[in-house]
Design a binder for this molecule. Structure first.
Ligand SMILES: Cc1cc2nc3c(=O)[nH]c(=O)nc-3n(C[C@H](O)[C@H](O)[C@H](O)COP(=O)(O)OP(=O)(O)OC[C@H]3O[C@@H](n4cnc5c(N)ncnc54)[C@H](O)[C@@H]3O)c2cc1C
Length: 421
């Protein structure tokens, strides 16, 4: 065998430069069609923008649908006060719009009666405003939602490079069935979950070695469908303390593959255990996650990172509020600065990769907060295009806050303050 022709691992090869066709031009391009990306794309389109949504898989919803992560966590603070409204609330309602009746074993559970119009305010202090959805129904609903908003959707399309004009991103380079091409844009929202665009565009990012084996799946038993929330223990503090390894950072191909294969092994074992416990039942696995299930991979390190010490604090540039799904009480205001690229002035970041430190990432990565930051960045990118040709550093934050309130956001300092005991 002639080994001279085969480059060794670690060597480099030169890729020839080539001319790329520009196959589209949009006011706003949203990279990633998870919950954050859907919210961003629809918000930008509703605010008058031409929008293209790029998704590397062939479905919308990201972890929420392809990962079977089906708990839409609360829009309230756990003390009876709703803190998230507007488009994120619409997205919660959409997730159960097709539900005919609750199904406890599959965990398809609609809006609690106390959170429906005219519901009992005292009950709202005990029962949180959340639902559990059917991921397949939600996937279908999200596609229609995006298309009804006039968003151009490109599936099977991965963003793999960015081009700049001074400190603005001028094009996203994509690869799909048509080959490699460029899409021109005035503003970009990174909703890839993994801060891929931030990384490609030279923003500072951070990733931690703290992801575990996890993957929720459904199985069929005689009495119907059951969800199995399979996961090794993880640490909410973004460390390995109290968590069960092996651990993964999740930002390279080897790790992504190892986490998926390891999780599938865990599923095989788990399924065998269930069959042992129910020897007379015909138990069949029916739906596996088809996306890598990482809770937190790479995220932006912006000029401001939200942390636990900001609980109940107000910011002049607050653009949204969120409760804490883990316990009643805490409310956080999310500042505009945590969603903005530093070196790329027309780059906004939404979803689980916003600038938040390890003390609150377990809150900001939840679906409601991802929908919230998606909506903000969609609206903000529209405003930036209208006010400053896409430069988000120049937009008027008070105009953005006004627009958010006009579109149902509960941006009230009184809601952030802690309630007297
Ligand atoms: C095991 C597990 C359990 C969880 N449980 C819950 C729960 O019960 N409730 C809850 O609220 N949250 C839960 N979460 C967290 C929550 O599901 C996610 O953090 C949230 O859905 C993330 O939304 P997102 O839109 O930011 O990112 P994602 O859902 O990750 O979506 C990102 C999208 O971008 C696409 N993409 C990535 N890179 C590119 C690229 N380069 N080009 C084009 N497209 C790209 C991906 O394919 C994906 O569709 C859980 C997470 C995990 C892993």
């Amino acid at each position: 065998m002639n080994t001279e022709r085969m480059p060794t691992r670690g060597a480099t090869i030169l890729e020839p430069s080539r001319k790329l066709p520009v196959t589209g031009a949009y006011d706003v391009i949203v990279a990633g069609g998870g919950i954050a990306g859907v919210a961003a794309a629809v918000a930008a389109a509703r605010n008058g923008m031409s929008v293209c949504l790029l998704e590397k898989t062939c479905a919308l919803g990201g972890l929420a649908t392809l990962g079977n992560v089906t708990m839409w966590l609360p829009l309230c603070d756990g003390h009876g006060r709703q803190v998230i409204g507007g488009l994120p609330e619409e997205l919660l309602k959409l997730s159960v719009a097709d539900l005919r009746r609750d199904n406890q074993s599959a965990r398809f559970i609609g809006i609690p009666p106390c959170w429906q119009p005219g519901g009992d305010p005292e009950e709202r202090k005990r029962i949180r405003y959340r639902v559990d959805f059917n991921p397949a129904s939600y996937l279908l609903a999200l596609e229609k939602f995006v298309s009804d908003a006039g968003v151009k959707l490109l599936y099977d399309t991965r963003v793999c490079a960015v081009r700049h004009k001074s400190n603005l991103i001028s094009h996203l380079v994509v690869e799909n069935k048509s080959g490699r091409s460029a899409l021109a844009c005035r503003a970009v929202v990174d909703a890839t979950g993994d801060a891929d665009i931030c990384f490609l565009a030279g923003e500072q990012t951070e990733a931690l070695d703290t992801n575990v084996l996890t993957g929720w799946f459904y199985h069929l038993q005689e009495n119907g469908l059951s969800i199995n929330q399979l996961s090794n223990a993880y640490s909410p503090s973004g460390t390995q303390d109290g968590a069960v390894g092996p651990f993964f950072r999740g930002d390279d191909a080897e790790q992504v593959t190892a986490q998926i294969l390891g999780t599938r092994d865990l599923m095989r074992k788990n399924l065998a255990d269930i069959r042992t416990r129910h020897p007379d039942a015909d138990i069949q696995i029916v739906s596996l996650p088809t996306i890598a299930c990482f809770r937190m991979t790479r995220r932006l390190v912006s000029s401001f990172s939200l942390g636990e010490q900001h609980m109940h604090g107000w910011f002049d540039d607050a653009v949204g509020l969120t409760g804490d799904w883990r316990k009643p009480g805490p409310v956080y205001a999310i500042p505009w600065r945590a969603l903005c690229g530093v070196n790329n002035r027309n780059l906004l970041v939404a979803g689980r990769c916003i600038s938040a430190d390890t003390t609150v990432w377990d809150v900001t990565r939840a679906i409601p907060t991802c929908a919230l930051t998606g909506t903000v960045t969609g609206m903000a990118s529209a405003l930036a295009v209208q006010q400053s040709d896409g430069d988000a550093h120049l937009l008027s934050v008070s105009d953005l806050q006004c627009r958010l309130k006009g579109q149902g956001f509960l941006l009230d300092p009184g809601l952030v303050a802690s309630l007297p005991e």
